[in-house]
Design a protein around this ligand. Structure first.
Ligand SMILES: [Zn+2]
Length: 79
């Protein structure tokens, strides 16, 4: 009487879960300058401002951002 031959090892199950999670791990960011969606893997450039990392579709957008980051990061209306 042998049981367990058909059971998947638990390590295989966690491997499958890991694979599923890997697909969702591709983060998409919004280029704050032009509003384009940018994959962090494919971003042409990135910049860190006040502890946040911003991703850009092109060097041109990064240059604009670096000149005046406040213009692109302020979520609240500035009086
Ligand atoms: Zn852009």
């Amino acid at each position: 009487m042998t049981t367990g031959e058909l059971e998947l090892p638990s390590s295989a199950a966690s491997f499958l879960n890991c694979n599923l999670r890997g697909d969702e791990a591709m983060a998409t960011h919004t280029d704050p300058v032009c509003g384009m969606k940018v994959d962090d893997q494919k971003a042409a450039s990135q910049s860190t401002y006040q502890g946040n990392t911003y991703y850009f579709c092109s060097e041109g957008c990064k240059t604009k951002f670096d000149k005046n980051p406040q213009q692109y990061t302020s979520q609240k209306a500035v009086n």
